[in-house]
Design a binder for this molecule. Structure first.
Ligand SMILES: *Cc1c(COP(=O)(O)O)cnc(C)c1O
Length: 350
């Protein structure tokens, strides 16, 4: 990328911010007596060890994540879902009411919601009909206030990977931050952009444990970036952003069950192929968009009516029919075989 300078890019107030220093920041060893954090010395009301504040930087958990993902721990931020990461990126880089971000709809809704909450204007450069980037239009839309470009790959709700060459072009020619949201990368047949972190100081990659890992309930998202960017994010995050129960549980799960994820992914891809084949045989289905994720976008006659019919039959899919480029489309998550069979039956009966 041209002329990248992290300190120029950061908000002035963030650049010089002095973060809250927790009791755990000031002393992190094992002591005989801990009287520094106003904790209850007797234990928790249930007799557990939940009376103690957790590790603000999740050091042991991060080590496990670093090993699984092949990225050094100092280039990792763990958050309360990737949604926390999205919010912190706006907070770090965008002056409210002044700076802007480019988003490429149809895409994940949280980028613009988080931007709105932070009073950041989003400039929308739609994807093409086949859900790829309009790279030249994006480049033309950049001005001195553009701090961020959000790219979702595989994209939600379309399901497809965004072409590497287009993302590379933007990384090379934009001196702001480029965020590649890889929530669905575990289902895709392409390497993660984390492999390119050393090459691009303006790259941020988001991943999550909510999808392929089956851990949506524990809320654990990951941000990967240069160690300089991660240091800034660590300064502005809430002091104890991940509770200790999640840290311990996640560490245990990742140490013991990492290979289960691959079995899940294999089964879901198998089911996706089955569902696509079934849907292709249904007359009212006009188009099934190619998917690199655990869902398919399906163009179907009278999608909204079908959506209501499915709801009435206890099957909830995502109605995307009012969204640009998704007219008459439903987004269907790949379920278990039994669930998919039931879905196909109901669509046929509609
Ligand atoms: C599901 C999803 C996320 C994950 O959010 P979490 O907060 O980690 O559960 C992030 N980005 C996209 C595009 C998603 O679809």
């Amino acid at each position: 990328m041209k002329n990248f300078s992290l300190s120029t890019l950061l908000r002035e107030n963030i650049k010089n911010i002095r973060p809250y220093s927790t009791a755990r920041d000031e002393y992190s060893g094992v002591a005989l007596v801990n009287l520094d954090a106003n904790e209850n010395p007797f234990g928790a009301v249930d007799g557990s060890a939940n009376n103690r504040y957790p590790d603000p930087y999740q050091t042991p958990l991060k080590q496990v994540v670093a090993q699984i993902k092949g990225v050094p721990a100092n280039q990792i931020f763990l958050g309360n879902g990737s949604d926390e990461g999205i919010d912190l990126i706006f907070k770090a880089f965008c002056n409210p009411g002044v700076d802007t971000a480019i988003i490429c709809p149809p895409t994940y809704g949280m980028y613009s919601v988080s931007a709105d909450i932070n009073d950041i204007r989003c400039v929308s450069i739609s994807l093409t009909e086949d859900f790829q980037l309009q790279t030249e239009k994006i480049m033309q839309a950049i001005d001195e206030h553009t701090k961020l470009i959000w790219i979702c790959s595989p994209n939600n709700p379309s399901g497809n990977l965004i072409k590497r060459a287009d993302i590379e072009h933007i990384l090379n020619n934009f001196s702001g931050m480029v965020i590649v949201d890889e929530a669905y990368i575990d289902f895709a047949d392409e390497p993660s952009w984390t492999l390119s972190l050393a090459q691009y100081p303006n790259l941020i990659v988001l991943q999550t444990f909510s999808k392929a890992w089956g851990l949506a309930n524990i809320r654990l998202g990951i941000m990967f970036a240069s160690k300089e960017v991660i240091a800034v994010i660590n300064k502005i995050k809430l002091p104890y952003n991940l509770n200790g129960i999640v840290q311990t549980l996640a560490q245990e799960i990742l140490e013991q069950h990492a290979s289960i994820k691959d079995i899940f992914v294999r089964d879901i891809l198998h089911e996706r192929a089955w569902l696509v084949e079934q849907l292709q045989q249904i007359k009212t289905v006009q188009k099934i968009y190619p998917s690199d994720a655990n869902f398919v976008l399906v163009k179907i006659n009278d999608a909204h009516a079908l959506y209501l019919y499915l709801v009435a039959n206890g099957i909830i899919v995502r109605d995307r029919s009012k969204i640009e480029l998704c007219e008459d489309c439903l987004r269907i998550t790949i379920g278990t075989h039994e669930e998919n069979v039931l879905l196909v039956e109901k669509i046929k009966a509609f």
